[in-house]
Design a protein around this ligand. Sequence first.
Ligand code: MOS
Length: 715
Amino acid sequence: MTDTTARPRTDGGVVAPAGGAVGTARTRLEGRDKVTGAARYAADVPFDGLAHGWLVLSTVARGRITSMDTAAVLGMPGVLGVVHHGNAPRLHPAGLFGPDGQLQLLQDDRVPHVGRPVALVVARTPQQARAGAAALTVTYAQEPHDTVFRAGHPAGRPAPAAPARPDADLGDVEAEIAAAPVVVDQRYTTPEEHHSAMEPHASMARWEDGRLEVVDSNQGSFMVARVLATLFGLDQEIVRVRAEHVGGGFGSKGVGPQLVLAVMAATLLRRPVRVALTRRQVFSTTGLRPATEQRLRLASDSTGRLRAIDHATAAFTSTIQEYVERNTEASNVMYAADAIRTRTTVVPLDLPTPGWMRGPGAAAGSFALESAMDELAQAVGVDPVELRLRNEPSAGPVSGLPFSSRNLAACLREGARRFGWADRDPRPGTRREGRWLLGTGVACGSYGAGALPSTAAITARADGSYTVSVGAADIGTGARTALALVAADALGVPPESVRMRIADSRLGAAWFAGGSKGTASWSWAVTAAAADLRERLASVDRVPPDGVTGRGDTTDAIGALGKQERQSYGAQFAEVAVDTGTGEVRVRRMLGMFAAGRIVNPLTARSQLVGGMTMGLSMALHEEGARDEALGALVNSDFAGYHISAHADVPDIEADWVEDVDDSNPSGIKGVGEVGIAGTAAAIANAVWHATGVRHRALPVRLDRVLESGFPAAR
Ligand code: MOS
């Protein structure tokens, strides 16, 4: 591959290296299909004899099902069957990352939370299935439940260590804090949040000639097929899963409940069954980000040099699966300190199982760490950009490992220059514009980078075209297009001669669209396949009619990689206006400068970064799942009650990047999917402090919280 590190400009264009497709701005290959409606999503694909399944969800938070009146429903028009724990196929333990209790659907009479699927009504039309589901009477023996999270909950227990990152125990945190002249010791909370992909989860399953065919909305068809095969005790060879177009996932589209139930129904009824969730069902039963409570203690000398970082976090999980929200990652890598300690607690409650969501761990973790850094800057009397520069590490602060590349300081400096940070008056509450108080804030973020094992194949045809087959997923990110550019450069051909086949489990093993590692992982496999193909082509006079195929598998190469700290980094700047009458916070502008390795397609990479920053804004000011304590149920499970930043909330957002060369792997790609959300909420909360002089340590920064903080009356 040629060295095609993108050189950025702010207008979205890029100076392309001669002949290089990587680094040039390209619109999506499937863009026209999407805007004309030709692109089919999982619920759009027609099948002969298709039946429709409708979920029935539990209405109690804890207990047992004592009866289910299926007879009445089976007599309703069009109803073909009811799948429930009394007749559902038995499942084997399975999951994306080890056995997952969430997938053990309809296996017994236990109800672990409100919104757990307890039955699937299948009918000829969706309307008939919905009517049947509404009519199904389920009786429960209810038990007392507990759905109220707090860090000190007696059920809390230490989380198992992350595979690659045990709890940090560098130096003596208590001794450093006791001896330091400046200490910040604060608690920060973030609420339950919901992924809210535009396309609700949907799956179709059918048996054809002894093979299971699935059309799904997921983030990785190969991994989903593998889980399905294990779950149902099938040979993976007979399971085919496809997800050609996916309208967002944000971590929620692994193996969805609708898929497991569709396969069950197709198996029992011997006909194709589609299950499409409603928006409310998506909220109830497809995962969430858990609420967190984090305590941050920072100690520094009088110049702001950090002596200690002590980061303890707690988050809830369900009683059926232990999901750990890894909030302390950033505290391991962001700043040099003499002592660093991290601890993670999980609290099992009678709630749906949380899952990876939009920068899992980092989104909430960076809010706590980067808010505390702002508080330290205030306490020491050092500019918050300068404070971060003073604590820039030369190697992994805890691990001691070299950074594959970093360039966070460059992000801070270039961001500060473009944002006009030098003109900022450090005193809070000094800028007024009519009824508005104005303030600016900064925060940093990081997100794990790297690649995971994947395979790819490229077939050269006699007509000069190349077909790239890789089990990638494009969930709206632009992955399909990025991979075409990577393939074109690796083959030394124009992108127009490359055709992409993705999102089909038959295409072979591949990492999924998650952890911001999709494009890096698949690109490497595509590059390897291209190298293999070029070798094969060199040994033939002309391409035979059935083509020549090269293959790549990165498993060994990734296994042989040396240990390094691999992260994308960003520096985020925000300006807010706070209404002195209503307490409303409006974000006026945001700038994110990122160090994210090689940027493959500046057009879609910028979209992802802007998207991440928008999610951060949404987290800072809007998103909050509200639960009723007595019912244990989410009360705002729709977009009227659960507000996500809309156009009117989102100001001028600029995202750009500095040169960041990561030579530790051949793709040089670090991923842009999630780093945009890391630090954004802190930058906004820090700007609110600068505007008002009041610190907000609980997200979202709602207008009632601003008013009740004593602002502006207390000023
Ligand atoms: Mo993303 S939350 O890594 O699917």
